[in-house]
Write a protein that binds this ligand. Structure first.
Ligand code: GRF
Length: 218
């Protein structure tokens, strides 16, 4: 399976994917990194791994559609089968989604459909929910609205800051993103309408209650 990664920044999720491929957990290879940011640390991660990287800035294209058409053509040229958004800070344009239906994956740092868009962790912390987490989903034309593949939950603590909550969520991102990609590469994902069915999946019905009942009582 050939993967193309789109990333705008530090690329810790990109790294978790690289590591999972290196260890043999994901049966795939990343054939190209495309970034909209020439200073993205992701470029260094790609270089270190011998992965080709390309900087493509939307400002160099006459329209958003043209930009995503150009990205799509770079991906197709390299026979990319799965597109992974690893901290790509733009809404994906129609040409890419049409070329890769249910083949573009994104990770979002909140339990969708709550807190879509930017700063999902800050939104959850400000709202003061008791449980938040992260979501891997396929990308459609909306903002974080596509079919959900995997979610993972964490407790939100009373003294959390955006940073402390983000850190806890990020650890889970680095688990579930490689997991979702692995499932895709092993052809274990089946679409039933907007429900993503994972063949052979197991479920854990133990509740996550946050805070723990009785916590702090003598
Ligand atoms: C992550 O929090 C991810 O959920 C969001 O953007 C951030 C990217 O971080 N989509 P990194 O570049 O992978 O470290």
């Amino acid at each position: 399976m050939k993967i193309g990664v789109l990333a705008s920044g530090r690329g810790s999720n990109f790294q978790s994917i690289i590591d999972s491929i290196e260890s043999g957990y994901i049966p795939a290879s990343v054939v190209v990194l495309i970034t909209d940011n020439p200073r993205a640390f992701s470029i260094e991660r790609a270089n270190k791994q011998g992965i080709e990287s390309r900087v493509m800035h939307p400002g160099s294209y006459p329209s958003r559609d043209e930009y995503f058409r150009a990205i799509t053509s770079e991906l197709k040229k390299r026979e990319v089968e799965l597109v992974v958004l690893a901290g790509f800070m733009r809404i994906v344009g129609r040409p890419l989604i049409e070329a890769y239906p249910n083949r573009v994956m994104n990770i979002h740092p909140a339990l969708l459909p709550s807190f879509p868009g930017l700063h999902g962790q800050k939104q959850a912390n400000d709202y003061a929910v008791k449980i938040s987490g992260c979501t891997v989903h396929f990308v459609d034309e909306g903002m974080d609205t596509g079919p959900i593949i995997i979610q993972a939950a964490v407790s939100v603590h009373d003294d959390d800051t955006e940073e402390s909550l983000s850190e806890r969520i990020l650890k889970l991102e680095h688990k579930i993103f490689p997991e979702a990609i692995k499932l895709f590469c092993e052809d274990r994902i089946e679409m039933q309408g907007r429900r993503v069915v994972i063949k052979g999946a197991a479920f854990d019905d133990r509740p996550l209650i946050s805070p723990q009942p009785g916590a702090g009582l003598p």
